[in-house]
Design a protein around this ligand. Structure first.
Ligand code: FES
Length: 244
């Protein structure tokens, strides 16, 4: 290679590296990512939990989501732990029924949308904590003025038990199921005295319906749906209102 040929070769290398450098710096084509489902709700029954969520129709950048491939359902026992994939459902399904729970299991659910390229959205918000509904037999239902202490698997425990999950009392209108955990600091040492719940830890008081009557608690007790059945038993459900 003579000097002229060498200079021409060097010039061509410089030009091609300039082109390569320009193409590296060029903005990459952004890949649309589906938006996350905005809402999720869960509904329990005696046999399973139904998770339902809102449809996703757009990408994060606002463009229409034309290639929605479906949704992926995740769940965890504790929200601070990683959520595990438990189901993939087609795009036209906005719900999934989890029939694998055992009595007393408590789970939280989240959902992601996924497009045809396999690109997932962020997680939806997490659901409330949910477990299977429980049936309380008519023979063990509390008399007026008394309280029944239960675990989420339906076991009846003595009031002196160091821990139980919920309480059931009888009112003029039916039955009232409440979380046993005081909203001040989570103490479960609650006593039902003269139709009032009194926390034995720092003295908070709650009405039979769970409303705060006396501090230091500021928040009402969590209340569950308790429905009297034709056979005289009561079914306690832990779900709040389902998704509309
Ligand atoms: S934990 Fe109940 S009053 Fe403090």
């Amino acid at each position: 290679m003579n000097r002229r040929e060498f200079l021409a070769f060097a010039a061509s290398l410089a030009t091609s590296s300039l082109i390569a450098s320009c193409s590296d710096d060029a903005p990459s084509q952004s890949v649309p990512v589906p938006k996350a489902p905005e809402r999720i709700s869960v509904q329990d029954s005696l046999n399973d939990v139904l998770a339902r969520w809102s449809a996703v129709t757009t990408n994060v950048d606002g463009s229409p989501l034309a290639d929605l491939a479906g949704y992926r359902v995740y769940r965890a026992r504790i929200p601070s732990r990683p959520f595990q994939l438990v189901a993939a459902v087609p795009p036209n399904a906005l719900e999934w029924r989890d029939g694998s729970l055992r009595p007393g299991d408590i789970f939280y659910y989240k959902v992601k949308a996924v497009n045809a390229k396999g690109i997932e959205s962020d997680f939806s918000p997490e659901s409330q904590a949910i477990s299977l509904s429980i049936r309380v037999a008519s023979e063990v239902l509390p008399a007026f003025g008394a309280a029944l202490f239960l675990n989420r698997n339906g076991d009846v425990v003595p009031p002196s038990a160091s821990r139980s999950d919920l309480t059931l009392t009888r009112s003029a209108d039916g039955f009232i199921a409440l979380s046993r955990f005081c909203t001040h600091a989570g103490c479960s040492n609650m006593r039902f005295e003269n139709q009032v719940w009194v926390c034995q830890c720092h003295g908070s008081q709650f009405s039979q319906q769970g409303r705060v009557l006396g501090s230091p608690a500021q928040t009402d007790l969590e209340r569950y749906r308790a429905t009297l059945q034709p056979d005289g038993s009561v079914i306690i459900s832990f779900s709040s209102s389902p998704l509309q």
